[in-house]
Design a protein around this ligand. Structure first.
Ligand code: SF4
Ligand code: F3S
Length: 78
């Protein structure tokens, strides 16, 4: 799945939502999140983010890694 990283926090441009064909991008309080089981890996959201917050999961910059994964999981666990 693709993931949204730290640059989205407090930016929330939302361009990515428009591009997603399966509507798997959800809005949190300070950032948006991609549902890992609903994302079909089409990549359409990645180029439209003005702050380059979106990456394929394996390409996420290392410095965002663990913290981001934890916050993403926490969001979908409710
Ligand atoms: Fe949606 Fe495609 Fe982005 Fe996954 S990669 S969040 S399916 S636009
Ligand atoms: Fe956030 Fe970029 Fe989408 S700032 S809302 S990931 S377009």
């Amino acid at each position: 799945a693709y993931v949204i990283g730290l640059p989205c926090v407090d930016v929330k441009d939302r361009s990515c939502i428009e591009e997603c064909p399966v509507d798997c991008i959800y809005e949190g309080r300070r950032a948006l999140y991609i549902h890992p089981d609903e994302c079909v890996d089409c990549g359409a959201c990645e180029p439209v983010c003005p702050v380059d917050a979106i990456y394929f999961q394996d390409d996420l910059p290392e410095e965002w890694g663990a913290d981001h994964a934890a916050s993403n999981a926490a969001f979908f666990e409710g």
